[in-house]
Write a protein that binds this ligand. Structure first.
Ligand code: SF4
Length: 240
C-alpha cells in the first residue's frame, strides 16, 4: 500500500463523499475539480457543496457544447453558488484547424479527431491544471473497457507531478440517478432524450437499448479509440 492508498484506508468503497472530503483536506488549495457537467460530475458538485468546503471547479468550453449543457451549468450556479471557471481553447489553433480542414474534419479520420480533441480539450486542460497537485474527476470503472482498472487515487502519467482523485469509481449509472433524484441535483436534459454520455454536440448521440454508456460518443470509431485525450494513460504524438 502506498501513501496515497493510505489516505483512503478504511473508507467504504461507495462512500464517495468521504473520499472527496479526505482528498480536499489532504491537498488543500492544491486540488481542483474538473467537470463536464455529466451525471457523475454533477453528483460530485452536490457532494462538494455538502462538504461545506470550497475548491476551484473548472470546465472546458470546447466551442461545440450542446445548449443543454450550458443550461445545466447555469442551474448548478444557481443551486450551489459555484462559479465554474470556464477554460477555452486557444482561438488561433481553432481558427487554423477550421480554415485548413473545415468544420467537421474530426469525422474524416482518427488523426483529425484527435487533433480536434487535442486543440479543444487537451491543451485547455493542461492550462487549467497548471499550479495544482491533484484534480478530481467523475470517472467510473463501469463506463468502458478502458476504465476498468481505476483507483481512488492514481498518478497522472500525462501531467507529471499531478494525481487524479476518482471518488466515484465504484458507482454505476443507476446509483448516480438514485442520488440525483434523492437530492434534487440539476441534470442535463439530454439524458431525458436517451443520451448516456454527453460531450460535444457534434460527437454525441443518444444510445440505443442495451448499448454501452460510451457508445454514443464518436460512434463511428472502434471502442478502443474512444478517449478524447483527457484521461489517456500516455500522450500520443500529435498533442494527444
Ligand atoms: S468531441 Fe468532437 S468536436 Fe469535441 S473536441 Fe473532440 S473531436 Fe472536436
Amino acid at each position: 500500500m502506498n501513501d496515497y492508498d493510505k489516505l483512503f484506508e478504511g473508507v467504504d468503497p461507495r462512500d464517495a463523499q468521504e473520499v472527496l472530503s479526505r482528498a480536499i483536506d489532504h491537498f488543500g488549495d492544491r486540488i481542483t475539480m474538473a467537470t463536464s457537467l455529466q451525471l457523475g460530475g454533477l453528483v460530485l458538485l452536490d457532494m462538494l457543496h455538502r462538504t461545506g468546503k470550497s475548491i476551484p471547479v473548472f470546465s472546458i468550453d470546447t466551442g461545440r457544447l450542446p445548449e443543454e449543457t450550458y443550461e445545466c451549468a447555469e442551474a448548478v450556479r444557481r443551486k450551489y453558488g459555484i462559479n465554474i471557471h470556464w477554460v477555452f481553447p486557444r482561438h488561433e489553433a481553432v481558427e487554423e484547424m477550421e480554415r485548413e480542414k473545415g468544420l467537421f474534419s474530426f469525422k474524416e479520420n482518427i488523426e483529425n479527431r484527435k487533433e480536434c480533441c487535442g486543440i479543444r480539450k487537451v491543451e485547455p486542460l493542461d492550462r487549467a491544471l497548471e499550479g495544482y497537485d491533484a484534480w478530481i474527476t467523475g470517472r467510473r470503472m463501469d463506463q468502458s473497457d478502458t476504465r476498468k482498472e481505476l483507483r481512488f487515487i492514481e498518478s497522472d502519467p500525462v501531467h507529471p507531478g499531478l494525481v487524479k482523485v476518482n471518488p466515484l469509481i465504484h458507482w454505476n449509472q443507476a446509483e448516480l440517478w438514485y442520488y440525483v433524484e434523492e437530492h434534487g441535483v440539476p441534470h442535463n436534459r439530454l439524458y431525458d432524450e436517451g443520451y448516456l454520455s454527453i460531450g460535444c454536440a457534434c460527437c454525441t448521440r443518444p444510445c440505443r437499448e442495451g448499448e454501452d454508456e460510451r457508445a454514443g460518443r464518436w460512434w463511428w470509431e472502434n471502442p478502443e479509440h474512444k478517449e478524447c485525450g483527457l484521461h489517456l494513460n500516455y500522450r500520443q504524438g500529435g498533442g494527444i
